[in-house]
Design a protein around this ligand. Sequence first.
Ligand SMILES: Nc1ncnc2c1ncn2[C@@H]1O[C@H](COP(=O)(O)OP(=O)(O)OP(=O)(O)O)[C@@H](O)[C@H]1O
Length: 359
Amino acid sequence: MNAADNVITTRNLTKRFGGVTAVDGISFGLRENEFFALLGPSGCGKTTLLRLIAGFEQADGGSILLDGEDLTALRPNRRPINLMFQSYALFPHMTVEGNVAYGLEMERLPKAEIAARTAEVLAKVQLGDLARRKPQQLSGGQRQRVALARALVKRPRVLLLDEPLGALDKKLREEMQLELKRLQHEVGITFVVVTHDQEEALVMADRIAVLDAGRIAQIGTPRDLYEEPASRFVAAFIGAMNFFEGETTAQGLAVAGHGLLTAALPSGVAPGQPASLAVRPERLSMAAARPADGANAVAGRVVDIAYHGTDLSLHVAVAGVERRVLARLPSNRARDAGWQAGQEVWCCWAPEDSRILVA
Ligand SMILES: Nc1ncnc2c1ncn2[C@@H]1O[C@H](COP(=O)(O)OP(=O)(O)OP(=O)(O)O)[C@@H](O)[C@H]1O
């Protein structure tokens, strides 16, 4: 894709702190009106990448383009980009309205315009009724919305959000994930959200970049990353995954003690290479006898059963597999089958539900 088609393009962006390369040659494009998530383990460079785009850090190499124009020389306050901090950084002595209007007052816009834009954005985040309150008279979720309103009122081209829901409890977080997504679509501004919570990224984002040690491990839609992870790192990071180790054959993976597990070989992968076969817990089914229908199957023994309400997880010890194999079964089906700890079982799955990964 051409850089001019993207709102933001980074090219080989690099940032070092002493001996640590926090951002290591990152190139990607953010599209118009996209909800983009940066996801990865602690220390992988998410915040640094966000701060480079905002202009709070200077890159050691590479460039950042906005609508195809180089941004490098523009100071943070000259960039049509806003960064919303995790702490929200609201002014405690000002009302909600005052906090939101502040940025526009700094720009010396006409009073009537400030009032109209402030009222409009407060209505959008559903805080119109609380406009006269002070931040300490608000709940955590409401404070979060004030911070959001304050960023949106300036109508940036891109809004960067660093762990925007990090301060909220689990239930509120889940509500706000949908709220944030709704709002992003409504205002039509490109959002870039940093999170270390993979479920949050899956729920909210149009596309996700998974970072690993300052580099992009994979960029794709939530479905791409979940269904077609490009590496073991991505497969293990997004959702739960079972891995079987072995050697590739023309038909799949030969696993010591378990024979051939059938799966399509990725293009460019030859037989005879060490590789992993990855299969999701919810794609497994359990059987008392080896299925005769060509499904993959490995024998094991149920070690633990945990009840989660909608589903059950079965932990199965399989010879030669270091970690317990995890299967998640809908609780009604599992109850009907009556699985119990100590039972010998076959973990079964369709070949097309598994992937072979060499990296
Ligand atoms: N100002 C700094 N000085 C020195 N090292 C830094 C600085 N900022 C970040 N780093 C280092 O750069 C790497 C990336 O940090 P960064 O904060 O971008 O990661 P992150 O993915 O946002 O992590 P977290 O999820 O824990 O916030 C880390 O090794 C970190 O210690």
